[in-house]
Design a protein around this ligand. Structure first.
Ligand SMILES: [Zn+2]
Ligand SMILES: [Zn+2]
Length: 73
């Protein structure tokens, strides 16, 4: 890899309404979302995504994003 990109694993709900609610939360509240399994707004299972490219991740244990190559901190 020629450049070192860093990112973080984000947990989101794919429902548009929930995504809008989550976007309005403070960073502290959003941090809490990473420990959730289900969305507190619609009870759908939360989805792991790369904070850099927003692609879906199959595991929270990944050290690098399989889509954009960013290193997770
Ligand atoms: Zn939701
Ligand atoms: Zn990525």
């Amino acid at each position: 890899m020629s450049e070192t990109l860093t990112s973080s694993v984000d947990k989101i709900c794919q429902e548009t309404d929930c995504g809008e609610k989550i976007a309005e939360l403070t960073p502290e509240q959003r941090h809490l979302f990473k420990s959730f399994t289900y969305c507190p707004y619609c009870a759908e299972e939360m989805t792991l995504v790369c904070n850099h490219c927003h692609e879906q991740l199959a595991s929270a244990d990944f050290k690098f994003c399989p889509w954009c190559g960013a290193a997770f901190e």
